[in-house]
Design a binder for this molecule. Structure first.
Ligand SMILES: C[S@@+](CC[C@H](N)C(=O)[O-])C[C@H]1O[C@@H](n2cnc3c(N)ncnc32)[C@H](O)[C@@H]1O
Length: 201
């Protein structure tokens, strides 16, 4: 049974290899985009926690000549059409670099950020909420009117409060779990659309 489960999940890994995506996570963004239609031609897209780069690859492909700024604490191998910034999104110096790269703001802010799991469930959840909050601050700062924000969070006691917080800033908020998420993972994606007037640039 366990091997069967693993094999079906690995289909995304195999598909990513075949289709040239750097990670199987690409299929999560493809599913999110199929459902919510977020990526539009020529969009300016900010991809937080972007390494190794599969979400930026998807954004570059679907966005048709978009401007993509990809940020990660780890280095990201160069990708055509993608400007990379190495930095911690919780640090002001990284936010200053994002401001330089996107002076006109972003149509879409993506955050697939995750720290290596410690295995201590409540600590991993708390850290994921902190990083999601940092991503929300960045989205509030850089999103244009009619922009959208997608952020990964892990299931846990603070998820509901975080979702309520996003509703203060966005008119439409949905929690979505793609098929491509591994069964053993607690991850969910909060998809926020239509920034309330006072939040957008
Ligand atoms: C699941 S991976 C992202 C995968 C990526 N979306 C893709 O499709 O290739 C999560 C990333 O978050 C990054 N990360 C974790 N904490 C961060 C932080 N504070 N600032 C920036 N990036 C961070 C990690 O280095 C890691 O590369």
């Amino acid at each position: 049974m366990a091997w069967r489960k693993q094999q079906s999940q690995d289909r995304f890994f195999q598909q990513a290899k075949k289709e040239g995506y750097r990670a199987r996570s690409a299929y999560k963004l493809l599913e999110i985009n199929d459902k919510f239609h977020l990526i539009r031609p020529g969009d300016k897209i900010l991809d937080l926690g972007a390494a190794p780069g599969s979400w930026s690859q998807v954004a570059a492909k679907l966005g048709k000549a978009p401007k993509i700024v990809a940020v990660d604490i780890q280095p990201i191998e160069p990708l055509p059409g993608v400007q990379t910034i190495q930095g911690d999104i919780t640090k002001e110096e990284t936010i200053a670099k994002i401001a330089d790269a996107l002076p006109e703001g972003a149509d879409l802010v993506l955050s697939d950020i995750a720290r290596a799991a410690s295995g201590i469930r409540f600590a991993d959840h708390a850290r994921s909420i902190q990083l999601a909050q940092a991503a929300l601050e960045i989205a509030r700062r850089f999103l244009k009117p009619n922009g959208a924000f997608v952020v990964k969070v892990f299931q846990g006691e603070d998820l509901r409060d975080f979702v309520e917080e996003t509703k203060r800033w966005f008119e439409t908020v949905k929690v979505f779990r793609p098929q491509a998420s591994r069964q053993e993972s607690d991850e969910h994606f909060v998809v926020c659309q239509r920034p309330r007037k006072e939040t957008s640039k």
